[in-house]
Design a protein around this ligand. Structure first.
Ligand SMILES: *Cc1c(COP(=O)(O)O)cnc(C)c1O
Length: 354
């Protein structure tokens, strides 16, 4: 029996994708070799890479102006690679929580950072809005979904400067207009595949303009010119992504996925808002369908609730230490059924303790 996995990352993956990967481990495409044992320059792997790339383009309607790259080092390496490649003098950042802070820290290594808006005053429980984007900055950095605090940007700001977005925890969960971004990046391990591969969707004409001396591997130009094959890519991680994206396509793509995520979101938050014992921590209008942070009003019952959840096969709902309480991550592959189970545990808990 698989658990109801509400873990924040690495997160649950579609069963179909895991099973298909399993088959490839021992004998890939009848080659007599497992996928971990074949050359990354073989025809068999090139087919995987091209398929994964074309699925990203198809599912997100990526325009011809942009290219899809598979990188390594996680979103955390992008925090440094972005300013290394694009920060000439000054960049604008929005302080939305734990992840933006890490991005800001790296950017400061390369130039001036102007934090143009922040929700720190309320422990990042809402998304900053209505800020002005300075025209004299090289780019605006924004995070689409605050994984730790459970908030999401619902409307991206109109911007006259390039927009760079960390979509690690909500990529492929809803449609996005890729043309509005010069760079989108995401660690794969929340909605796309296993850790070890990092997706970048980059506007081609912004690449290669920096005069900064930088390591070959940290220059987007290297990966753009070599079709993500400058060095050995994370072969198996890309294969899993391909299977996950095939699954996503089979259920109707990002548009259908958004509807399912909305269903899970409604089911969960209807319970939080009507259950007398619980309360949500994020501002209602900014609540994320991917990560839902919630508390027991009486924290002394936390352990008892966790025990009940565990009995029902639920894992991964303990909250991040900076928020406390609980966090239910409801990534794409989390079945609607798992949310039903969690909601039932909350109802039963209220009945027993109300
Ligand atoms: C998980 C996460 C990261 C960190 O990703 P790594 O791949 O582990 O470096 C960065 N940003 C956001 C929004 C995340 O959710």
């Amino acid at each position: 029996m698989r658990k109801h996995n509400f873990g924040a990352g690495p997160g649950v993956l579609p069963e179909a994708a895991i099973k298909k990967t399993q088959e490839s481990l021992f004998d890939f495409n009848n080659s007599g070799m497992g996928v971990m044992e074949i050359s990354h320059r073989s025809k068999d792997f090139d087919a995987v890479l091209q398929k994964a790339k074309s699925l990203v383009k198809e599912l997100l309607h990526v325009p011809d102006t942009h290219e899809v790259l598979f990188l390594q080092g996680g979103a955390s390496t992008q925090f440094a690679m972005v300013p290394m490649n694009f920060l000439k003098k000054k960049a604008a950042y929005i302080d939305q929580g734990a992840w933006s802070n890490k991005a800001i820290k790296e950017a400061k290594l390369f130039g001036e950072v102007e934090v143009i808006a922040s929700s720190k005053d309320k422990n990042y429980s809402y998304q900053p809005k209505g800020y002005t984007i300075p025209a004299d900055c090289d780019y605006l950095h924004i995070c689409s979904n605050e994984t730790i605090h459970g908030t999401q940007v619902k409307n991206f700001p109109a911007s006259s400067i390039p927009v760079i977005c960390d979509m690690s925890s909500d990529i492929f969960s809803r449609p996005v207009d890729v043309s509005k971004f010069d760079l989108i990046y995401a660690g794969a391990q929340k909605n796309m595949g296993p850790s070890g591969v990092t997706l970048a969707i980059i506007k081609k004409d912004i690449v290669g303009k920096s005069e900064r001396v930088m390591p070959t591997m940290l220059n987007y130009k290297t990966h753009l010119e070599n079709d993500s094959l400058y060095n050995t890519p994370p072969v198996i991680a890309i294969l899993v992504c391909m299977h996950v994206l095939e699954w996503l396509k089979s259920i109707g793509g990002v548009e259908a996925m958004q509807k399912i995520n909305q269903q899970k979101f409604d089911m969960f938050y209807n319970e939080v808002d009507s259950n007398p014992l619980f309360t949500g921590t994020a501002a209602a209008e900014d609540r994320s369908p991917m990560n839902a942070c919630f508390l027991l009003k009486d924290a002394s019952m936390d352990e008892a609730f966790l025990a009940k959840a565990k009995e029902a096969g639920i894992v991964g709902i303990k909250g991040h230490r900076s928020v406390g309480g609980f966090r239910a991550s409801m990534y794409n592959a989390l079945p609607v059924e798992s949310v039903k189970v969690l909601v039932q545990v909350m109802k039963d808990f209220a009945k027993a303790n109300g």
